[in-house]
Design a protein around this ligand. Structure first.
Ligand code: GDP
Ligand code: ZN
Length: 291
């Protein structure tokens, strides 16, 4: 499924044809990247079935959840030196990727600008965690990212102004024009924009695709269950199950293997603090008293 607008969808068929579809049955969720079975009906198609998915990537806050894409293999986060970078956002991306079982790639864009080396130096911590950092100058050449995204099902995230549109238009030629086409096809002339659109990297969507999610100003993870959060921190994961208490919250308990790792310098204190923030956020939206 390539794009959605309320209950109307654009589906790319295996032979490359694109058809406008309606979804049969209420209560079915559908995201870009979902594989579906379609039957032809007058004027287009009807989606009969959503095939099992490997994952579903969301963004959320305390009030709402929003689907970004299904069957994602790679989360690509973009940052650049000419705007204030929210590095906590980078940590949140790593957590989202780990929780959904996809890889994370950090793209440091605008390598041609002054201040780039200073930005790169600040990214050493993520390299140490095992994440790839790709240096890019999207305006000049996206070939390094094209290679990394080839065959992958990617979601592109980043603060506004970091270069996502530039990247998307270079990777998926004509992406902007296609988004406009799809919007008008789906909205049947009405002036609306689609929130997320899937862009095949070449003529065959099976060779990989990329989904952008515009307007991503925050990256809340309240949809993750509290239990899912500690294992989504790669450096914490290896200590889980090694604390003295089975139900250790890794706060003040004696014999906490996670806190011992922080004391040794193996876990960064701000990453542990973020873990506790995310757990609290997750518990808050699940607390019936606060609904
Ligand atoms: P978006 O808001 O993340 O979609 O960012 P855009 O793609 O609109 O880019 C924001 C600005 O950064 C635009 O003026 C781009 O031309 C510029 N830009 C994007 N990539 C690069 C780059 O590699 N180098 C430089 N110098 N500017 C870039
Ligand atoms: Zn502990």
């Amino acid at each position: 499924m390539l794009a959605a607008q309320r209950r109307h969808f654009i589906v790319g068929l295996d032979d490359g044809e694109r058809i406008a579809c309606v979804l049969k049955g209420r209560g079915t969720t559908l995201a870009c990247g979902d594989r579906v079975e379609v039957v032809r009906v007058a004027g287009g198609g009807a989606i009969e079935r959503v095939l099992p998915r490997t994952n579903l990537v969301y963004r959320s806050d305390a009030f709402k959840e929003k689907l970004i894409a299904a069957n994602v293999t790679l989360l690509i986060g973009v940052i650049a030196p000419d705007l204030p970078v929210d590095l906590e956002l980078v940590d949140r991306w790593t957590v989202a990727a780990e929780a959904e079982g996809c890889r994370f790639l950090l793209v440091a864009n605008k390598a041609d600008l002054p201040g780039f080396d200073a930005l790169l130096a600040r990214l050493a911590a993520w390299r140490r965690l095992g994440y790839d950092v790709l240096t890019l100058s999207a305006k000049r050449d996206v070939a390094p990212l094209r290679a990394a995204a080839s065959g992958e099902h990617s979601v592109l995230v980043g603060q506004s102004g970091m270069g996502k549109s530039t990247i998307l238009n270079a990777l998926a030629a004509g992406a902007a024009a296609r988004t406009a086409d799809i919007s008008s096809a789906l909205a049947s002339g009405r002036h609306t924009t689609t929130s997320t659109t899937l862009h095949p990297l070449d003529a065959d969507p099976r060779h990989g695709w990329i989904v952008d999610s515009p307007g991503m100003t925050e990256f809340a993870l309240a949809h993750l269950a509290p239990d899912a959060i500690p294992p989504a921190f790669v450096e914490v994961r290896r200590y889980l199950g090694h604390c003295r208490f089975r139900d250790c919250q890794h706060r003040q308990e004696p014999g906490c293997a996670v806190r011992e790792a922080v004391a040794r310098g193996d876990i960064a204190p701000h990453r542990l603090a973020l873990m506790h923030t995310l757990i609290s956020d997750s518990e808050a939206v699940r607390d019936p008293a606060r609904r």
